[in-house]
Design a protein around this ligand. Structure first.
Ligand code: NAD
Length: 483
């Protein structure tokens, strides 16, 4: 039985009467561990540590910060099997996906370690002789960050990497449903030599933890990944202290498939992307608009490929899709399915839970889905794919951009003119044309509209933790006398 606990100043936080929560394996519903839920006294300790840690880390040179971060990368890579196993057991995704996530996690930290030595400022051309005008980029201060359960290693790693690269201290609150993976990532940083006060790990009751940390004047920035309603709540808390925020919120990524592509190959590629992590990915392709000329062939090939997916315990390496991460998602899938059927959509495959043990839901495909169905408005965050036909670019543009979300969007075409037109037209923070890989260490990852603001990854991901200071310095001719 594994135990997860908060780590403050490098030590386990415990106090009498602290509550615990169970950690479940979503493939078996067995309890595999417990997580201790921090109390307000512990959060105050974490805040004090973050304040001390900021003083230490901002005065550590970028080169030394990068060296420590690269050591953490080496540790994470050397423990990839252990971390991936913990992830599959507590989150459910197939082991190969967990291994891929650990690799991405190391790559992202490594990229930020390199970039942190390039947080350049500017030297301005002064208006007055004898005056130097500088633009300095400085770390914003202690950060509080909140992560969800769908990427238990990558999301914490991105937040730690950006903050530490910039010279900030960080209090990380991973999801209590998947605490064990994040603990291994944080442990790697501590073993690599990050000063204990610089990085704290806390688990607790989410609403209580975020309210407590965000209200503290010590915290200067928050970073949240999760649903739009929770993001709005945290933004209102951050607004009270005029705190900077990076918000990675929900999406509902459209895929526009034009009639000049091979419908079968395009459908097979789409299925692989759609059912990754059982569809619990914020950039998952979730609304398929297929041009009328290839619509029937696409639907047939998509449903065939979805039906052929091997669904089961992610620890079994022959499986291609694991269970949903928790029972809430199972209930949500049942409700979305019932609503789509009532709206008149045609069920091509799936539509129900698999078995009665473990949170497995069959890969589900709906065709002829009317725009009024709930699944065309709200992201499914699960293994349900709605497909609808369209005729012209103008018509589909209105439909894809009609929602308040704009995280990822995709288009498939062999035409350069169409690719250019749709790339310009899609209202999204990330656009993939002819493939689905929108997330790399160098690319800014973030959304527009109610999908949030700010980016993680890329130079923007470092900027997110920096403030700008303009320094004007008179070096001669001053009235102060000789310097
Ligand atoms: P939820 O909105 O209750 O929680 C989402 C995450 O936010 C969880 O990890 C939770 O611990 C955390 N959270 C909740 N309230 C919080 C608070 N007051 N302060 C700090 N953190 C808080 O929903 P859920 O049932 O876990 O997930 C459902 C929906 O969340 C999905 O449909 C999806 O839209 C969204 N989601 C998005 C992402 C993403 O990567 N953008 C990840 C997970 C979930």
């Amino acid at each position: 039985m594994e135990q997860a606990f908060s780590i403050i100043s490098g030590k386990r936080w415990s106090s009498p009467g602290m509550r615990t929560a169970d950690v479940l394996n979503p493939a078996t519903e067995e309890i595999i561990g417990t997580v201790e839920l921090i109390d307000p006294a512990g959060l105050d300790q974490a805040l004090a540590a973050a304040a001390r840690g900021f003083t230490v880390w901002k005065n550590t040179s970028a080169y030394d910060r990068a060296t420590v971060m690269r050591k953490a990368v080496a540790i994470i890579r050397s423990r990839k099997d252990e971390i991936a196993r913990a992830m599959t057991l507590e989150q459910g995704k197939p082991l190969a996906e967990s291994l891929g996530e650990v690799a991405a996690c190391a790559d992202n930290i490594e990229w930020m370690a390199e970039e942190c030595t390039r947080a350049y400022g500017r030297l301005l051309v002064p208006r007055t002789p004898g005056v130097n005008q500088l633009v300095r980029r400085e770390p914003i201060g202690p950060v509080a960050s909140f992560c969800p359960w769908n990427f238990p290693a990558l999301t914490p790693a991105r937040k730690i990497a950006g903050a530490l690269a910039a010279g900030c201290s960080l209090i990380l609150k991973p999801a209590e449903e998947t605490p064990l993976t994040a603990a291994l990532i944080v442990q790697a940083f501590h073993e690599a030599g990050v000063p204990p006060d610089v990085l704290s790990l806390v688990y607790g009751e989410p609403r209580q933890v975020s309210a407590h940390l965000i209200a503290s004047p010590i915290i200067r920035k928050i970073s949240f990944t999760g649903s739009t309603p929770v993001g709005k709540l945290l933004l209102t808390l951050a607004a009270q202290g005029v705190k900077r925020a990076t918000m990675e919120l929900g999406g509902h990524a459209p895929v526009v498939v034009f009639d000049d592509v091979d419908p079968v190959k395009t459908a097979q590629q789409a299925v692989a992307a759609k059912f990754r992590n059982a569809g619990q990915v914020c950039t998952s392709p979730t609304r398929f608009y297929v041009q009328a000329g290839i619509y029937p062939q696409f639907v047939k090939a998509f449903a065939e490929a979805a039906r052929a997916l091997r669904v089961g315990d992610g620890m079994d390496t022959t499986m291609q899709m694991g269970p949903l991460a928790n029972s809430r998602r199972l209930d949500a899938m049942a409700a979305i399915t019932a609503d789509a059927l009532a709206a008149g959509a045609r069920l091509e495959c799936g539509g129900e839970r698999i078995g009665s043990r473990g949170y497995f839901f069959a890969p589900t495909v709906f065709s002829d889905v009317p725009e009024s169905a709930r699944i065309m408005q709200d992201e499914p965050f699960g293994p349900i794919a709605p497909i609808a036909p369209f005729n012209t670019l103008e018509e589909v543009a209105e439909r894809v951009n009609g929602l308040p979300f704009g995280l990822a969007a995709y288009a498939m075409t062999r035409s350069l003119a169409r690719a250019t037109a749709i790339g310009e037209l899609l209202e999204a923070g990330m656009v993939g044309i002819n493939h689905y890989t929108v997330s790399t260490p160098a690319s800014p990852f973030g959304g527009v509209k109610e999908s949030g603001y700010g980016s993680e990854g890329g130079t923007e991901g470092l900027d997110a933790y920096l403030v700008t200071k303009s320094v004007t310095q008179r070096s001669s001719g001053a009235d102060l006398g000789p310097l």
